[in-house]
Design a protein around this ligand. Structure first.
Ligand SMILES: [Zn+2]
Length: 265
């Protein structure tokens, strides 16, 4: 069995990429964000799977939730997912970077990564909008901190820089696929298919049952069949001073790793 970790900062298209990977892979199963799903399960919260069922009623997560409540053993959980789904390749997009290390410790040479980076201005705007939505709805756990949007912007830039440098150092050449959110419409599916070929993963372009435990629920299998729409709304929606702050504070990482986010064509 092969295990693929999708490594990405927040709001960088990881749920989309995982869904896409499952759509193009013959025996590929996409988990979603296992770290966040497990937090819910351990707390005994019966969340909703992307199939529409509550975890306990879902054919995949129902059995696993009962096991998890007795204790979390990542290796056992993955083996059980494999047993239930018959998958040969399992893809996860946990946001907690320590999970990527845990999966490498478990799967060794059978562990690969997909690193997706996104223009930090896009990440910052998307996180800002998401905080505003949650505060408005009244379901943000720390609204008094989250509503300091410009301070949070600096925090997001530091997180973006830290997480991307960590990922750069973690990935192994030849065992990693590099994607850029801002270029997904030109990079997919060609780069993914090449990666599948190199890793001997069978391709089958087909909509399959999805059971995403956690992630951006707006990305569903149905959407994969239409054109890929990447958002560049930061160009108009961020103010000039915000663009400058984001550019300056993420400059070291962008320069060091030679990141390019604009389409060249
Ligand atoms: Zn399900």
């Amino acid at each position: 069995m092969k295990f693929i970790s999708i490594m990405a900062d927040e709001r960088s298209g990881s749920t989309f990429a995982g869904t896409y990977a499952q759509y193009y892979g013959k025996k590929v199963f996409y988990i979603g964000e296992l770290d966040n799903g497990l937090i819910r399960m351990v707390q005994g919260r019966n969340g909703t799977c992307s199939c529409g069922a509550k975890y306990l009623d879902c054919p995949v997560w129902g059995q696993i939730m009962l096991d998890v409540q007795k204790g979390v053993d990542l290796k056992k959980i993955i083996m059980k997912i494999q047993e239930i789904t018959g998958a040969e390749v399992i893809v996860d997009s946990s946001k907690d970077i320590s999970y990527h290390q845990k999966f490498r410790d478990i799967f060794g040479n059978n562990h690969s990564t997909i690193h997706i980076k996104r223009n930090p201005k896009g990440v910052i705007l998307s996180r800002m909008k998401s905080r505003k939505r949650r505060i408005k709805k009244g379901n943000h756990p720390k609204p008094h901190i989250a509503n300091k949007y410009n301070s949070m912007m600096i925090y997001d830039c530091i997180t973006w820089s830290y997480r991307n440098s960590w990922m750069e150092n973690f990935k192994i050449k030849g065992n990693n696929l590099d994607l850029t959110y801002d270029l997904l419409d030109v990079e997919l599916p060609s780069k993914l298919l090449k990666f599948y070929k190199e890793n001997e993963i069978e391709v089958e372009k087909k909509k399959k049952d999805d059971h995403i435990i956690m992630g951006n629920k707006f990305t569903r299998m149905g959407d994969i069949e239409s054109d890929i729409n990447v958002s560049h709304s930061w160009v108009n929606d961020l103010q000039l001073f915000q663009k400058v702050i984001v550019d300056v504070s993420t400059l070291p990482v962008r320069l060091w790793y030679k990141y390019k986010f604009r389409k060249t064509a």
